[in-house]
Every structure is written in C-alpha cells, then in structure tokens.
Design a protein around this ligand. Structure first.
Ligand code: CU
Length: 67
C-alpha cells in the first residue's frame, strides 16, 4: 500500500481523473482517493515513479507521501 499526498483535486471529477490515470498506468491496482485530505492510496504492485508520473500527467501535483 502506497499513500501519496496530491494537490489540485477539488471535486469528484478530479478524483476520478486521478484514479483513471493511475489504473491506466498500472493496471490491476486499487486506487482510493480521499478528496478531503488529498490523499491517494494505491493498493497493488507498482513502482512509485509510475504512479507519480501518471498523476502529474493528469495535471495534478504530488506533494509528498501521506503518513
Ligand atoms: Cu475537479
């Protein structure tokens, strides 16, 4: 389980975009977005860089790892 802090998500549409971008880059992983905290949890086997790139390509910023 990887948890990243993502900035720029303001609504359910943003959350969906992030979720879709990650699952497109890393098929098979389970993505859970918490809009309130800006935390994105990724469950499954994938490299952190793959996920970070996918989120940034979708237009959002990864600001760090969530505790
Ligand atoms: Cu939005």
């Amino acid at each position: 389980m990887m948890k990243l802090k993502v900035s720029g998500m303001t609504c359910g549409g943003c959350a969906k975009s992030v979720e879709r971008a990650i699952t497109a880059a890393a098929p098979g992983v389970k993505v859970t977005v918490d809009l309130q905290s800006g935390e994105v949890a990724i469950d499954g086997a994938t490299a952190k860089q793959t996920v970070v790139s996918a989120i940034e390509d979708a237009g959002f910023d990864v600001v760090g790892e969530a505790a």
